[in-house]
Design a protein around this ligand. Structure first.
Ligand SMILES: *[C@@H]1O[C@H](CO)[C@@H](O)[C@H](O)[C@H]1NC(C)=O
Ligand SMILES: *[C@@H]1O[C@H](CO)[C@@H](O)[C@H](O)[C@H]1NC(C)=O
Length: 290
């Protein structure tokens, strides 16, 4: 093998299992209420009306990497509606990383709620107001996931980190492949101002718009056994995945400052400080608050 072909071969080895794309239909499919989708060029819209919401899902499952989507949330009156963008594995001991956008009456702020489920257990809600109006333009919402941390980002600004604390005896999600999902539905029993404001169906349809679909992760076809998945998606001598770079094992200094700014200026609820719900502070929270 000459130098050129061995270089080519190395390139192939290094990108094993990693995919990156930006087209909706390469990565995703409408999952339910297919008649509540509108496709316009590179933009996909999902509609909620009094008959149905809608949802899409990734065609594949992934382990580690980064998923990103640009969303323009429901304009005007969105009270009672929830739009979600999340990753989830299957089964009762599933893991899940959630963005949930809680609508509001015209002119009142959307809330972004995030949550992390590990082995089927959630109850880790955080809520924030955004530093922009998410209904006026598309903004990026992403999840970075590797063996060390799960980071939620809004326009590349980290808003939440869930760190691997296995050394403190806490389970960390790194053994199950996850799908990527989004949906819009009616949740007026709880979403807006604690459920006091109901969905006003005279303002339907409620439309969430999406574009800029990106998944750069380790693809795990359903045919790959669970035990194999962890091995396939871990870096080794033969393959090095970008998300295992040491610099991605924690936030950069700049990102830490950004997160502090978000927490100080935009956080309105954190399960970590909800002593009524958790008289004993959850262990991962003791770590999160330096
Ligand atoms: C809706 O707006 C009200 C009033 O500004 C605010 O208290 C609430 O947190 C907002 N968001 C939701 C989801 O209720
Ligand atoms: C849905 O809303 C429309 C407009 O408000 C109304 O005419 C229709 O009867 C509603 N349908 C159902 C199933 O509630």
């Amino acid at each position: 093998m000459g130098p050129a072909s061995s270089l080519f071969f190395m390139g192939l080895v290094m990108v094993v299992g990693s995919v990156s794309s930006s087209r909706f239909d390469e990565l995703f499919q409408a999952q339910w209420a297919l008649d509540h989708f509108v496709y316009q060029g590179d933009t996909v819209q999902m509609k909620l009306d009094n008959f149905s919401g809608a949802g899409f899902s990734s065609k594949n499952k992934y382990m580690f990497g980064k998923v990103n989507v640009q969303i323009k949330l429901v304009e005007g009156d969105s009270a009672g509606t929830v739009t979600a963008f999340y990753m989830s594995s299957d089964g009762p001991k599933h893991h899940e990383f959630d963005f949930e956008f809680l609508g509001n009456t015209t002119g009142e702020p959307y809330i972004v709620q995030t949550n992390v489920y590990v082995n089927g257990v959630g109850n880790r809600e955080q809520r924030l107001n955004l530093w922009f109006d998410p209904t006026k333009d598309f903004h990026s919402y992403s999840i970075l996931w590797n063996q060390r941390q799960v980071v939620f980002l809004v326009d590349d600004t980290p808003i939440r980190v869930h760190s691997n604390l296995e050394h403190k005896g806490l389970p960390f999600p790194k053994d199950q492949a996850m799908g990527v999902y989004s949906s819009i539905w009616n949740a007026d029993d709880w979403a807006t101002q604690g459920g006091r404001v109901k969905t006003d169906w005279s303002h339907a349809p409620f439309i969430a718009s999406y574009r800029g679909f990106e998944i750069d992760g380790c693809e795990c076809p359903a045919t790959v056994a669970a035990a194999e998945v962890s091995r396939k998606c871990s870096s080794s001598a033969e393959k090095r995945y970008w998300w295992d770079e040491p610099r991605l094992s924690e936030l950069s200094l700049h990102q830490s400052h950004q997160l502090l700014w978000v927490r100080a200026n935009h956080m309105i609820y954190d399960y970590c400080t909800d002593t009524a719900r958790f008289p004993v502070t959850p262990v991962e929270c003791q770590h999160h608050h330096h």
